[in-house]
Design a protein around this ligand. Structure first.
Ligand code: SF4
Length: 352
């Protein structure tokens, strides 16, 4: 049966109902004006109908635009959660609202599904900082040391390593690797590598080998301003992402991945919270915890924000070859092993 690629236009009444739904979901609270709600509603109305007709599913990373998160996403989360939920879904197509390495991971885990990346150019400064040849050179220089790579890497890099980690499970998986090895290679995020060295009591260059990649969003926060904000907002609890510099993470109240940061906010009562990460998490937190106060301190990721509702709709209506994610079978098979190892180690609760 031919794939349905058009659902026509909403009637004025349907448009009004959809705009009201988006407002209730939290877009009004985030400052969307009536005309912006109507623009978004025209697109979300079409996307949600086409998605259903095509048996498609939309996973969205927490750094996506609020109108994507609240208007069309079927599940929202960090890289780990999205990878698992995408694979478990019985959808035939995945329209991945995130960046390329995430869509590639989804394709590896769901080889029979069509995976589309609405913004095909959406990369990541971390995944672009290291190549498969770089990993092979590291292994040659440090024979016997297992290689853990952050999930923010290309499929070719994952294919060269022993285990993939995320910001949520990196400390746990690294501890398990150290239970059996004296030296571990961690790439490509140098900031996370330094934060891990501190948390695990390891020495960079001796028992922890790192790579000098950084995230263009998290690498640029100013640690000195934390003291200023504490004076300005007495009682504020400051949370920072694992990809921030050690100078910053050493002066905050909590350090973790996006999912952990949201959980920490949920579990704690404070006068206000500051989430030092990409701005999308703050938007999401404001809608999930409307009674809590959030002090802004965030940066936009140009890669994440390259995904728009217009581009999601175009991926459903007329996908281009560049939006379609293809991973050669042999590379996918090699990259799947370290991803499967991550699931195994992060869900294994035996002591390391
Ligand atoms: S926020 Fe940083 S790590 Fe995340 S996609 Fe953007 S550049 Fe990459």
């Amino acid at each position: 049966m031919a794939l349905k690629t058009s659902v026509g236009e909403p009637t004025p009444a349907e448009l009004e109902t959809e705009a009201a739904r988006l407002a209730d979901k939290g877009l009004s609270g985030l400052g969307y004006r009536d005309e912006e709600l109507e623009r978004a509603a025209r697109l979300t109305w079409k996307i949600n109908r086409l998605k259903k007709a095509q048996r498609a599913v939309i996973p969205a990373h927490v750094y996506q635009r609020p109108e994507i998160l609240l208007g069309v996403a079927d599940f929202i989360g960090d890289s780990y959660k999205l990878a698992k939920l995408g694979a478990a879904s019985d959808a035939e197509r995945i329209i991945f609202c995130g960046v390329r390495f995430m869509a590639e991971t989804a394709k590896i885990l769901s080889p029979d599904k069509e995976v589309l990346l609405p913004a095909p150019e959406a990369g990541c400064s971390l995944s672009e900082s290291i190549t498969a040849a770089d990993v092979r050179a590291l292994k040659k220089k440090h024979p016997g040391a297992p290689v853990a790579v952050y999930i923010n890497t290309t499929v070719a890099v994952k294919a060269e390593c022993d285990v993939v980690v995320t910001s949520a499970n990196a400390p746990k998986i690294m501890r398990k690797l150290y239970a059996e090895h004296e030296k571990v290679i961690f790439a490509p995020d140098a900031m996370m590598g330094r934060n891990l060295a501190k948390e695990l009591g390891k020495t960079i260059g001796k028992d922890l080998i790192i790579w000098e990649g950084t995230c263009i969003v998290h690498d640029n926060f100013d640690a000195a301003s934390v003291e200023f904000y504490r004076k300005m907002y007495p009682g504020v609890k400051i949370l920072a992402h694992f990809e921030c510099t050690p100078a910053l993470t050493s002066v905050v109240d909590y350090i973790g991945g996006t999912g952990d940061m949201m959980k920490w906010v949920d579990d704690h009562k404070a006068s206000s919270y500051m989430l030092i990460t990409e701005c999308g998490l703050g938007d999401l937190a404001r809608t999930e915890f409307p009674d809590k106060v959030f002090v802004p301190m965030c940066r936009l990721c140009p890669h994440m924000k390259a995904v728009t509702l217009e581009r999601v709709l175009s991926a459903l209506e007329r996908p281009t070859a560049s939006q379609r994610i293809e991973v050669p079978e042999a590379v996918a098979a090699r990259a799947l092993r370290p991803i499967a190892r991550m699931f195994e180690l992060s869900e294994d609760n035996s002591p390391s």
